[in-house]
Design a protein around this ligand. Sequence first.
Ligand SMILES: CSC[C@@H](O)[C@@H](O)C(=O)COP(=O)(O)O
Length: 363
Amino acid sequence: MTLQAIKYENGTLEVLDQLLLPKESKYIPILGVEDGWKVINKMQVRGAPAIAIVGCLSLAVEISKEEFEKKKALRREVEGKLNYLISARPTAVNMKQAADHLISYINSLDNDESVSAQEMQARFVAAIEAMLEKDISDNRSIGEFGAKAVLNNVTDGEQVRILTHCNTGSLATAYFGTALGVVRCLHSASRLENCYFTETRPYNQGARLTAYELVHDKIPSTLVCDSTVAYLMKTAQINAVVVGADRVAANGDTANKIGTYQIAVVARHHEVPFYVAAPLTSIDFNVNTGDNIVIEERPQVEMTHINNIRIASPGVTCWNPAFDVTPARLITGIITEKGVFRPSELSTLQSQLQDHKNTLPQL
Ligand SMILES: CSC[C@@H](O)[C@@H](O)C(=O)COP(=O)(O)O
């Protein structure tokens, strides 16, 4: 049984507090948008797809409790609150894509005179609830396409050694995961020899969260320090690197957890294929290249302290960017729910992105 970080049922939402993991598994009740914004901003919930799902579900929780006599009032509230949720963290694009789509949807319901205020409210909440199921099925497809791509490069029956970074599993998505979904698929096909994964300083998504998931699922795995990657590739014959994404630019440049770029450089040096696994909602066709992606900078205290204990010398100055951008030329393929694409093929995906939008409630 894979971990469930987001629990939602009939207008009630709880999220696993990822700041307490692995010491404590405690769920936080989310009573509305303000709670949703806080858990995202404090990184109690993190990972691009999970941020979007929790943000939108927090809105569903809030508006489910309200009564709207006028459709315009509902539309205004939805638009204002979605824009507020986008501001919780800037780099991952999934919340923004979800907000844009939901705003178009609420506008279309508002303009449709046959739809009452109550029906508009119910249909809007149902549209958000559908995101959960869609994320799970997209992750399964990403896992299958990714496993196939990795296995294409090895002989029949050979087991593979994968390296991943950060946390991209059930804790970062609705369920199953993206890059970690690929690892899960390889493992269930008995084709995974080992999954190596980095600590991912300073928030330690690897040591705390990926370790928690892999141990929980009994997947063969080894934790390495971030600084071990080059030596690992020299000595362990890694078959592929698979990482997630927070925002993929139209040219394929990819923003992901800090440290991803240096892993891609090392992978190229050692001729190891480097894959990005991400749903279509992580691709931002409005941004031409990675130079235009805003990189979030986090508080210094995340570097100087671990669990409130100071590890860095007092008075030191820190720089704590949460993400970096891997240039498209270092990326072998982008694994999506529609298949694996070279960065140069991304433009052909734009029409499929339109299909994806059409699978959500018809506008
Ligand atoms: C499926 S999660 C993909 C990315 O969001 C993930 O790799 C990552 O960088 C998460 O960063 P975080 O700062 O923990 O939200």
